[in-house]
Design a protein around this ligand. Structure first.
Ligand code: G6P
Length: 588
């Protein structure tokens, strides 16, 4: 989860370079941050609890520095637990992403040998391990390699050697990318942070170790320390806009970008979708895998393939994949859905699927992601950088890709493109200023509610799950989505006078039954907020969206996004950085 950035090069304003890069990595964790700037005789460390966004401070001149934005796993969000962490001598510093699974034993052994810890983190262990290895006379690079080999779990570390003015980095699963530029060698947990520093990128492999000095980066095989020359690729991140522009926050910006993303998919993704459709047709069994919002898109996909292609496509939540994967074989196709392409549960699932000989494909937003490099076939979501922790434009893009793929399996691309085109216009319509104001009013009315329920049937069940997820993660109202027919089997006991219930009631075969559910809720005092293209007497409030036929779930996503946003603002919550969450979940 945590954001990591390191710099070795010509700039003497390294502190500014590190702070600027960390601001772009804040989405990975934002409960605390820290930076280190090294001069040959001093190591300056600055740490703080909270967000780095908005932080300005001049640091002493230096040519080497690194920093970290944290999402706490071991030890609370305190200044002492913020990275970087130092060894006992103070000349080795470390930033870390991941979980050191054997940290208890390592820490106890280090303390028994006289090391003094200043934090509760698992990460600090690395600084003391390197310190011990160096004391044996090992080189810095070998000391880092040997220390890393003692860690269990998925980890990425960057270690600073103040005396040698160098950084060493290595990893297992957790991503690290090296930037090579005219003025600096840089390293980060996401290539987005290397904008402006790197022309070429090298994605560090699990068994490699990189050493960054002012002369460039050297790569080694970690077990043998044999030099390597890994392939570099051009840094194509340079053009992507990550600025807010006139928007107050990234959530509202990214919600408004959805029509553009949908149009880009229709215009540009046909070839990639054709390749995915070919694989889908050939496969005996198809499994979709994803987490969070991507999982909700996958659930919608299971309905879409059933309805449009008469295909039994399953969804396995990524974190549950391994407990069900025994049924997979070489005739299976596993399609991972992921915005970041870095969610560790998704990567684990795909590793498992590969071990079972299955075909692998991805529907993914980040072109430089581990997932995209792992699979044979991928469809890019073309949504641009999604900065807000809430997934919005990547969700509607996933729905569009699934729908277009289903039509392509039927060899009816034009019909699919027309359906997504219709949904695009309907999304534009629902984003109209007046309609937004209406939804804001509805959200303000329920902003103090303790519970909120969302129901839908068929593919709109996925819309219900996603709307509830959007509302709960940003407003912190307890919101749950249900298949409308399941409501009577327990949840209805929770309905009290005034409980807000969002009801997806589109013009399709689900309408009559979902309206029956709405009436049952209303009879028990619930306040019904209907979403659809035709009002009904069961509704207390009505959010009008244009009907887009089979592509209506794309349109249905928007009210959930805007209701969550407005409720968050009404409750004084940060819409881009909700508490306890992170955008890229790279730990289990
Ligand atoms: C985190 C994010 C969610 C996201 C999920 C899966 O929980 O907060 O917004 O849906 O990860 O992320 P992915 O990048 O794999 O789509």
């Amino acid at each position: 989860m945590c954001g990591v950035f390191g710099y070795v090069g010509q700039s003497t304003d390294v502190g500014d370079a590190v702070v600027t890069a960390l601001k772009t990595l804040e989405y990975r964790g934002y409960d605390s941050w820290g930076i280190a700037v090294s001069t040959p005789d001093r190591l300056i460390i600055d740490k703080s609890v909270g967000r780095i966004n908005g932080h300005h401070r001049a640091y002493p001149e230096g040519c080497i520095g690194f920093g970290h934005t944290r999402w706490a796993t071991h030890g609370g969000a305190t200044r002492a637990n913020a990275h970087p962490h130092r060894d006992c001598s103070g000349s080795i510093a470390v930033v870390h992403n991941g979980i050191i699974e054997n940290h208890t034993a390592l820490r106890a052994a280090l303390i028994a040998r006289g090391h003094q810890f200043t934090s509760e983190t698992d990460s600090e262990i690395v600084a003391h391990l390197v310190e011990e290895q160096l004391a044996t006379g090992e080189s810095f690079a070998s000391a880092v390699a040997d220390s890393f080999d003692r860690l269990h779990g998925y980890n990425a570390i960057v270690v600073m050697d103040r005396v040698g003015q160098q950084l060493a980095a290595t990893k297992c699963v957790s991503p690290l990318v090296i930037g090579q530029g005219a003025l600096a060698s840089t390293i980060a947990s996401d290539s987005i942070a290397l904008r402006g520093h790197a022309d070429q990128l090298v994605f560090l492999e699990d068994h490699h170790l990189a050493v960054l000095t002012k002369n460039g980066t050297d790569f080694y095989e970690r077990s043998t320390m044999k030099p390597l020359s890994p392939c570099a690729i051009p840094n194509n991140n340079r053009q992507e806009s990550i600025e807010l522009g006139d928007y107050p926050d990234f959530l509202s910006k990214e919600v408004s970008e959805q029509p553009g993303t949908l149009r880009r998919l229709i215009d540009e993704a046909h070839q990639e979708i054709t390749e995915l459709a070919v694989k889908l047709r050939a496969a005996k069994r198809v499994v979709l895998v994803g987490s969070g919002t991507a999982g909700n898109a996958a659930i919608a996909g299971t309905y879409v393939f059933s309805q449009l292609c008469r295909r039994d496509v399953s969804f396995f939540p990524a974190s549950e994949f391994r407990y069900r994967s025994a049924i997979l074989d070489s005739e299976s196709l596993v399609i991972a859905l992921s915005q970041s392409g870095e969610t560790v549960d998704v990567l684990d699932a795909m590793t498992d699927a590969r071990a079972r000989g299955s075909q692998l494909a991805a529907i993914v937003n980040s072109p430089n992601s581990t997932l995209n490099r792992f699979v044979e076939t991928s469809v890019m979501l073309r949504a641009g950088v999604e900065q807000c922790v809430l997934a919005t434009k990547s969700y509607t893009a996933m729905l569009a890709v699934l729908l277009l793929t289903a039509y392509e399996v039927r060899e009816e691309w034009d019909r699919g493109a027309a359906a997504v085109g219709r949904a695009t216009e309907a999304v534009e319509h629902v984003l109209d200023r007046e309609r937004q104001a209406h939804m804001f009013q509805i959200a303000r009315d329920f902003a103090d509610a303790g519970n909120l329920f969302v129901i839908g049937r068929g593919v709109h069940y996925a819309s219900a799950l996603e709307a509830a997820l959007k509302i709960k993660e940003v407003s912190y109202i307890h919101a749950e989505g249900f298949a409308a027919g399941e409501l009577k089997h327990g949840v209805i006991a929770l309905i009290e006078p005034g409980t807000p219930c969002l009801v997806f009631a589109p013009q399709d075969g689900t309408r009559t039954d979902v309206l029956t559910g709405a009436s049952e809720l209303r009879s028990r005092g619930a306040k019904i907020i209907g979403v659809g293209s035709v009002d009904d007497e069961a509704f207390n409030e009505f959010i009008y969206i244009q009907d887009a036929g089979v592509a209506t779930p794309i349109v249905e996503a928007v009210p959930g996004q805007l209701l969550g946003y407005a409720a968050a603002l009404a409750r004084g919550n940060d819409p881009d950085r909700p508490r306890n969450l992170a955008k890229s979940v790279t730990v289990k």
